[in-house]
Design a protein around this ligand. Structure first.
Ligand code: MN
Length: 525
């Protein structure tokens, strides 16, 4: 998208109270997932060491799976080799994202096709697989009609018995010369593998990719003295000063020690990492607790070898260019042990740092502003965003303010996204001049940082959901739903290290469904 033309968003806001204008809609970019009735199929295009397509048929509570190197085709004259591989768990069904290099299947994955399937005869899919002969019909977005999977005989050079053939039968669904490589885009997101690889963190949400620490691992942390070696997942960490107070107590809460912070970061890994992995992260350190010295920490420095790193090739000459990547629960635990009390990921992923995946509207408080003022401003932004058919969620920033998080499709620049946010907030501010800040744009003050000291033009960083903030009691940034604005007990620092677990168990993360949404920002004309 280019820079939006200056339009009268204020007029749109006023009109929105009396009349809905459906002329502005975002581009449809994906299709609805198939019904979860036990007969779904999916084909994932997977650029691993070798490109292949994974055909998966849901049966008996698993995904029966074949890897098809050249991909399925609608051409009835072509036979495709298909390697029968291990069954996959059902929660892999709509996985789209990047499997880290070094792990099994490392590479990028898109949901190339999905739909429902049925056996052509009989109803026992597992018996048909055992027999090596499966006739079935697909009803997908790309693939239609009758297909056959047949195991190749060993006497014909079929190797270990895992080699099958995938054949399209001649029927109404057959298309001569049809090539899957001519139909690359995801049916889930509209993206190509290249686009998913460029914005990997945008795609992790639907897969339980990061494991929380086991009870044995947590028991080992709890049982450790003031320092020691802690094995977490694949990595061993050297932990120090575990009983040092990082966050002093506030009112009813107890003080939060470094051990508590390490436990928080490690256990929050599965919900935090969708916002952190694949991004550079600005880290706010308080090595002697949040009452002491605080410094921004960006360089990789003396971080352990196993931490992921990224070098900003586009940074200005002489600028710090070595960045640590926080992409595992162990990396989160390392950050906590290093005195990091706030994690601020960039709004763009490292594969495309000039293209944000989030637009964040920060509604922060001037010293004289009240939280009630911010709630009013947030509600007005919601009217504007609803009017524009833009999906968003809120985050309590853990200290004083509120943020609105808007998922953004690949292709928007930092500048055009900033300008779009500025125009929306200016229109909102114009309706409540008494509340709008000096900029007159209803944002009060920007907490979405524009720090120039990385030497890179134009990146933005914002505190991660579930990151602690440098305040007493160990407050935590927490996504909330729009309806929670009506909660009379709402406060920006309401949730802490001590209470966030219960919050997640009862409410979950209202922002998570928006991760990776490919949303076009509509022109404001
Ligand atoms: Mn695969």
């Amino acid at each position: 998208m280019g820079t939006p033309a200056v339009g009268d968003v204020g007029e749109r806001l006023r009109r929105s109270r009396t009349k809905r204008d459906f002329a502005v809609t975002s581009e449809p970019t994906g299709t609805a997932p198939p019904p979860s009735d036990g007969h779904r199929f999916v084909v994932q295009r997977h650029r691993a060491r070798r490109l292949h397509y994974d055909l998966r048929l849901e049966a008996a509570g698993v995904l029966l799976s074949w890897a098809v190197p050249k991909g399925p085709t609608l051409d009835a004259d072509v036979r495709r080799m298909a390697v029968h591989v291990e069954d996959h768990p059902l929660d892999y069904f709509d996985f789209e994202g990047v499997i880290p290099a070094g792990e099994y299947g490392g590479g990028d994955v898109v949901v190339w096709d999905w739909g429902t399937w049925s056996l052509a005869a009989g109803d026992d899919a597992l018996a048909a697989v055992d027999a090596g002969d499966l006739h079935f019909d697909l009803a997908g977005e790309k693939l239609h009609g009758r297909f056959v999977l047949v195991r190749r005989g060993r006497q014909r050079g079929g190797g270990n018995g895992n080699e099958w053939l995938l054949i399209k039968k001649a029927d109404d669904g057959a298309v001569a010369g049809w090539d899957p490589e001519g139909h690359l885009r995801s049916v889930k997101s509209g993206r190509t593998n290249e686009e998913v690889a460029a914005a990997p963190a945008a795609s992790w949400s639907s897969a339980a990719t990061w494991a929380a620490p086991t009870s044995d691992e947590l028991a080992a942390l709890d049982g450790m003295g003031t320092s020691g070696r802690w094995r977490l997942g694949e990595h061993t960490l050297r932990l120090t000063n575990l009983d040092k107070v990082v966050f002093p107590a506030r009112s009813a809460s107890t003080a939060v020690t470094k051990r508590d912070l390490i436990r928080h970061n490690a256990t929050m890994g599965p919900v935090m990492l969708p916002y952190l992995a694949g991004r550079s992260v600005d880290m706010y350190r308080s090595p002697n607790g949040v009452d002491g010295l605080r410094i921004w920490h960006k360089a990789a420095g003396r971080a352990p070898e196993w931490l992921g790193r990224w070098r900003d090739e586009e940074a200005a000459a002489g600028a710090m260019t070595g960045h640590v990547l926080i992409d595992t629960p162990a990396a989160l635990a390392w950050a906590a042990n290093s005195g990091v009390v706030e994690l601020h990921p960039w709004t763009s992923a490292i594969g495309a740092i000039t293209q944000p995946t989030w637009a964040v509207i920060d509604i922060d408080s001037h010293p004289e502003g009240t939280f009630d003022d911010m709630v009013v401003l947030a509600r007005l932004h919601r009217i504007a965003l609803d009017h524009l058919h833009v999906r968003s969620a809120l985050q309590l920033n853990g200290i004083r303010g509120l943020q609105i998080w808007i998922p953004v499709a690949a292709g928007h620049s930092v500048g055009s996204t900033d300008e779009w946010v500025r125009q929306v907030s200016t229109a909102v501010g114009a309706t409540v001049p008494a509340l709008a800040g000096a900029d007159g744009d209803g944002r009060r003050r920007s907490d979405v940082t524009r720090r120039g000291n990385t030497g890179h033009l134009g990146h933005r960083a914002v505190v991660a959901p579930f990151s602690t903030r440098a305040g007493p009691g160990g407050p935590v940034a927490v996504p909330i739903s729009w309806d929670e604005l009506d909660d009379p007990d709402l406060a920006p620092d309401r949730f802490t290290v001590a209470t966030i677990g219960e919050r997640l168990r009862t409410v979950g993360d209202p922002l998570a469904p928006l991760v990776g949404q490919q949303q076009q920002l509509p022109p404001l004309t």
